[in-house]
Design a protein around this ligand. Sequence first.
Ligand SMILES: [Zn+2]
Length: 284
Amino acid sequence: MNLVSMKEILDDANRENYAVGGFNINNMEFLQGIIKAAEEVNSPLILQTSEGAIRYIGMDYVVGMVEAATKNTSIPIALHLDHGGSFEKTMECIRNGYSSVMIDGSKKPFAENMVLTQKVVEAAHSVGVSVEAELGKLGGSEDDITVDEREATFTDPEEAVEFVEKTGVDALAIAIGTAHGVYKGKPELDFDRLEEINNKIDIPIVLHGASGVPGEDVRKAVTMGINKVNVNTDFQQAFTAKVKELFAEKPDLYDPRKYCGPGREAIKERVKEKIDILGSKNKA
Ligand SMILES: [Zn+2]
């Protein structure tokens, strides 16, 4: 496949202070909409699949589709596993051609997370594949917890230093108040903590759960050291809103091309908005 490692993409972003989207694909329309948008604005791109998306699409189809989509492209693209849950899963993705993997040991105790990440880094780096890890726990948007409980799950800056040094990981996802899925209220990000972490570690920092975070807050986080921003829910909502709108207008629609096509177009437009916020336009 015509892919580059995520490290290559993010090191440029780190040097020039912008962020690149880690955009999740759920099916062919997502893949096509996302790539088209990145090509139109000449942005580097990190395409990513969760384990759930791989189960839904099928590994052979993921790889086959990405191969077809990247064959004639001129922008740098990485194919990345989002939230890999085990050493085995990351290795399976590498064997199938992924140029980058995330190992998510964030729910394990600190020492265990570190050992697991080290093991993945050692194997991945030996074949030129980059690794993202996570420290701190992201909230589920449905969690009802107090401020103290919430902050206890945030990334500890001192732990981040030790973790990065000992694992040799290429990018680190941190918890500063974002959550996966749909937010109930407005998310409050801990920018002081981000600043402290960014001052202490040199590698690119990743923000997960950025769907639903106001553009100005994402922009601020990027200026303060975030170099990769993950988006999934926003694109799912853009696709589904368009499909619902079409069915409201024409309840008798039956040809999937007549609603998946416009859904794909809606994703493309939303991707371009995100790229504008991240500042990766014309950085390919
Ligand atoms: Zn995530």
